[in-house]
Design a protein around this ligand. Sequence first.
Ligand code: SF4
Length: 80
Amino acid sequence: MRLVVDLNKCQGYAQCAFLAPDVFAMHGEESLVYNPRAEEEQRERVARAVAACPVQAITADGLDGAGESAASGREASDAR
Ligand code: SF4
């Protein structure tokens, strides 16, 4: 899967490096390095990182920031 981090938005909060350490890593205090072509197996972790990034700096194939967690939240509240 492909992903892009907008390094102009990224504030180095390192949420992504914590959630998907095989894809994102902090280099020094503030700069992020990442693998723009992450393995498919990392998809779920990348999805968590996308959702967790406080500034929505991560964009990934087939995942749009607001996407899945918002949708599943809606399902859960509808299913009464
Ligand atoms: S979680 Fe977002 S702001 Fe934090 S290091 Fe990752 S991309 Fe940057």
